[in-house]
Design a protein around this ligand. Sequence first.
Ligand SMILES: [Zn+2]
Length: 423
Amino acid sequence: MQAETIVGKFGDKDESFGPSGFLELGGNTLVVDFGNILMSDTVVGFLYEDGHLKIMGASQKDSQELRVIDDLEACVFRGIDSRGLELVLPLTQEGGPTGDLYYNEIQYLVINGRVSTAEHELVGIMDDNLNLAVRDHYTRTPFRRVDENNMLSFYFDGATSAGKAIKKDFLKPLYRRDKPYFENEIIRYFQDFDKLGVQQKKYVLDSLGIWAKSGLLQVVRKSEGNCAMGNVKHGAAGVTRVRTGMVDLDAAEFDRDIDLFKRFGALASVSSPFPPHVEVRVNLVVSHEFGHQLQFCLSQASQDRIADLYQGRLTRSRRTNPAPNGYEGRSELLRPENVMSRLFISGYSATSKEEYWAEAVAAFSVPESRKILNDMDPAICQILTEILYHPEQHLSAVLVEPILDLQASLRAGKALPEDLLTC
Ligand SMILES: [Zn+2]
């Protein structure tokens, strides 16, 4: 019997979720190669990573029958799943519940505590108390426990390993089932979001979209605080309180930013008191203030790297774009012909390493200005990209496990898009 014919019979889709390792079956130790169970180089069956298997039998019907590993006596698999993560089947001695799980409205099958897709991809494990842990291929952690902080909407209906009917319907307080995770998180972060107008809502959702989808907004909010419309006395568009990390936005300035955003896009060149010099501004106050909160959550090493990038640019800026006579501010003011060759994404970025970072976060938040920032300052864009995809490289130590737990849960609920920066 040729392996190819078997693969063909089981279908290409199945093939991708076949594990590799050794299967103890009926006193024999068999090699499993990407799901194909081999006996002396002959394929005698197929094992899926969720513990389903097919054993070639006398008839076609026997060969197609789907069994579960728990039902075969003294049958144990040890090895790795289709993506190289450690796997032992059955997952536990005690077994677990069986039934239907809807996680973030995604349907999964649960068999003896193993949570999987219809294509037999193993997604997680659940015990008889319906505690869920999810596979994390990103950090190669076999299972990460999902707690109430990072659990998405959860609905299970089935029976425990002892055969007792069990049901659980969990939704985080204030969570709206009709809205996706990222929107729920933005609503939670931005106080009185419901009172905003249509245009304002869209602006806030666009500004914070990538941060919310990646889970960073949730982790940063828990660490630093949320964002409220207030009345910022000293006229800035927003302020992030250093001690509490809470953001206050000035209502009038917020509207002005939205108006500028609508008219000119994310970046605008505005006149300065020193004509013909102009100043570039980023019209994204919400993500700017979030940027300050995010900075408080970074490791010292990452903050030092940002400070170095800032110093390097400042030195070059002072040389190529010297301040006009009489100007005492610290913004980068530009002769009109130098706008395209400026050193900072905005004039305000030049004022301190904190504002340099916050303006970079702001510009990075929407595709239009992200592209310009990437051309102008690829090093800061690299840090920003790494924060989204590899947060453990930049977040302070205490936040690393929380963000990795959350991202694993979001992946299990298909709430974390792979292509965050292109959508
Ligand atoms: Zn600022």
